[in-house]
Design a binder for this molecule. Structure first.
Ligand code: NAP
Length: 297
């Protein structure tokens, strides 16, 4: 079974595939590799692509998607394309122009999901949905207090459909997940595999998630890989997961996450690995009044 048939309903009636393809490109990798990887991902069954203005790759992802539409593999409506509003466009009158730039780069007419990359008010985003440029709107890296501020805002027209946050076995976000579920907001997880050493913002001294001995032992038990167990753990908790790879074998491997199930006992064992460790510390936000990671969750 591929991610094509594995989708969850968002609170505005649209659906999001539960497995998404991350599109950030490490500095040492040429961007053309992303075109190749995105096409491989579509052929392997990925239908959800997580992009952003900040990543400077929307031309490449758009090109790959359009070429797979042109060769008949998929239709535009089969693809779920996310982009994100970068923080230099937070002034309400700039929000739409950031989205329009993303659409122009990707050469798409609309995004399926437009997310605020780092916390700010939602109001100007609602206009993007009304204009049909974004089917759904959501947020990323919001803590509970910041989500509450949005949800309690008088005149709120559309609730965010998701909060995209770092989430993996070392930062399992159980409180944020409970809160999101109580508000019918999907939790979308990034750094699900512990990110990579070549991401500039990852502390090189942090433990390598996929080397975790419990994860590795469990992978052996299920005859799967540590990456698949790490992704499966999140899926079984009702989380939408992103995974990034430039390697054909691993892109295809990640689709195997739908082929097995962890027992509830093993889910509890994995719960026990939580240590509130962030690979994406958000240090560049230090001192900012909207710093999202200073609250407990
Ligand atoms: P990640 O997906 O946690 O990890 C990527 C690393 O895992 C790569 O080094 C990749 O190496 C490796 N990998 C992938 N599949 C594997 C497998 N089956 N076995 C072993 N290793 C495997 O990385 P991430 O940095 O979080 O990126 C995921 C996506 O989340 C990003 O691309 C972006 O779309 C999103 N994101 C969002 C935010 C935000 O603020 N909203 C922040 C960070 C990331 P190979 O390429 O060699 O396979």
């Amino acid at each position: 079974m591929s991610s094509v048939s594995q989708r969850v309903a968002l609170n505005d009636g649209h659906f999001i595939p539960v497995l998404g393809f991350g599109t950030t490109v490490p500095q040492k990798v040429p961007k053309s590799e992303l075109i190749k990887a995105t096409k491989i991902a579509i052929d392997a069954g990925f239908r959800h692509f997580d992009s952003a203005y900040l990543y400077e790759i929307e031309e490449e992802v758009g090109q790959a998607i359009r070429s797979k539409i042109a060769d008949g593999t998929v239709k535009r409506e089969d693809i779920f394309y996310t982009s994100k509003l970068w923080s230099t466009f937070h002034r309400p009158e700039l929000v739409r122009s950031c989205l329009e730039m993303s659409l122009k780069k990707a050469q798409l007419d609309y995004v399926d999901l437009y997310i605020i990359h780092f916390p700010m008010p939602l109001q100007a985003m609602e206009k993007c949905k009304d204009a049909g440029l974004a089917k759904s709107i959501g947020v990323s890296n919001f803590n509970r207090r910041q989500l509450e501020m949005i949800l309690n805002k008088p005149g709120l027209k559309y609730k965010p459909v998701c909060n995209q946050v770092e989430c993996h076995v070392y930062l399992n976000q159980s409180k944020m997940l409970d809160y999101c579920k109580s508000k019918d907001i999907a939790l979308v997880a990034y750094c699900t595999l512990g990110s990579s050493r070549d991401a500039v913002w990852v502390d090189q001294k942090s433990p390598v998630l996929l080397d975790d001995p419990v994860l590795c032992a469990m992978a052996k038990k299920y005859k799967q890989t540590p990456a698949l167990v790490a992704l499966r753990y999140l899926l079984q908790r009702g989380i939408v997961v992103l995974a990034r790879s430039f390697n054909e074998k691993r892109i295809k491997e990640n689709m195997q996450v739908f082929e097995f199930q962890l027992t509830s006992e093993d889910m509890k064992v994995l719960d026990g690995l939580n240590r509130n460790l962030r690979y994406n510390s958000g240090d560049f936000f230090n001192g900012h009044p909207n710093h999202p990671f200073t609250d407990e969750y």
